[in-house]
Structure formats: C-alpha cells, structure tokens
Design a protein around this ligand. Structure first.
Ligand code: ZN
Length: 178
C-alpha cells in the first residue's frame, strides 16, 4: 500500500532528481508511475500527485485522468470511461504568461489547509512522456495551476510558501470536513 506523506515529512522539502533515459525504461520506474496513480486514487479530491508526495525524490508527477474530461472541467459528473492518468517526467516551464490569476489551492500533503495563490495564468511546459518522448504542452486554467503546483513539489516548495489568506478547514466533532 502506497501512502501519501504529509508535512513535515523531509521528502517534501528536498529538490528531486531528474530521471535519466535509462531509468525511464526500467520496471522500477513503471512501478513508480503505477504507485503514483494508486496513491492518487485513494483520494477523491486529488487531481495531481508528485513523486516526493509518496517519498520518492524523482522529477515526475501524475495528473488524474478526470481532469482531461470536459464534463469534470465544467463541474458536471463525467459520463462514460474517464481518460487515463497522464504522467509528466522532468517537466520544465519554458514560458509563462505575464497575466497572473489568483486561485484557491490545497494539497494532499498539507491536510486541511487551503489558501489563495497567485500564479501565471498560462504556461508552456516541456517534459518527457512515459516512453521517453519529448513533448510540449501549453495550458491555462486548472491544468496550468496543477502543472505549476506539482513542479513546485519537485523543487521542495509547498503552496503554503506562496499562499496568502491561509485557512484551516473547520472540522466537525466527528472528524468530517466542512
Ligand atoms: Zn501538492
């Protein structure tokens, strides 16, 4: 069982290492990708997860397939089979818009906290896919937000370092969240 580590776990504050072409082809690396997806699946509220969040300091993160579904993006219940999870290896932001947007963020490794974070609205990211093929994606909206949040994890940065107006989610006596 893979578990998601939470603050103050030291893996969350380390700078993660890039993956070599050779490493990407190993069975161990394929296992890391499936571990990331399995760990993410344990949380309904999760949209992305980086390797340091399962205590592996390698530069890779996963984005949940549901994020690539139009219904989900429009706040509707997705119909049919969800797209597969996508993995981003050695990601680098090569271009950021001057335009910034402020959005609320939370993190599976920082339980019960959320806050407003200002980030570029649109980013271009270069990365390797799981076959080691170099790709480029230009995204805005929630994907731009996820990409930047996850790349921060690879550099040991948490959203709480950047957030203003940090708040704790009120807990009910039975432990459920409001
Ligand atoms: Zn996070």
């Amino acid at each position: 069982m893979v578990s998601i580590v939470v603050v103050p776990h030291e893996a969350l504050r380390k700078i993660s290492k890039p993956l070599s072409e050779k490493e990407i082809k190993t069975g161990e690396f394929k296992k890391l990708l499936s571990d990331l997806s399995l760990a993410l699946l344990t949380r309904d509220d999760g949209v992305g997860l980086s390797a340091p969040q399962i205590a592996v300091n390698k530069r890779v993160f996963v984005v949940a397939g549901k994020v690539f579904n139009k219904d989900w993006l429009n706040d509707k219940k997705p119909k049919g089979v969800l797209p597969p999870d996508e993995y981003f290896i050695n990601p680098v932001i090569t271009k950021s818009s001057k335009k910034l947007s402020v959005l609320e963020e939370g993190c599976l490794s920082v339980p019960e906290m959320y806050g407003l974070v200002k980030r570029p609205s649109t980013v271009t990211m270069e990365y390797l896919d799981p076959n080691g093929v170099k790709k480029t994606k230009k995204v805005s909206g929630i994907l731009a937000r996820i990409f930047q949040h996850e790349i921060d994890h690879l550099d040991g940065i948490l959203f709480t370092d950047k957030a203003t107006d940090l708040k704790r989610i009120e807990q009910l006596p039975d432990g459920s969240e409001l």
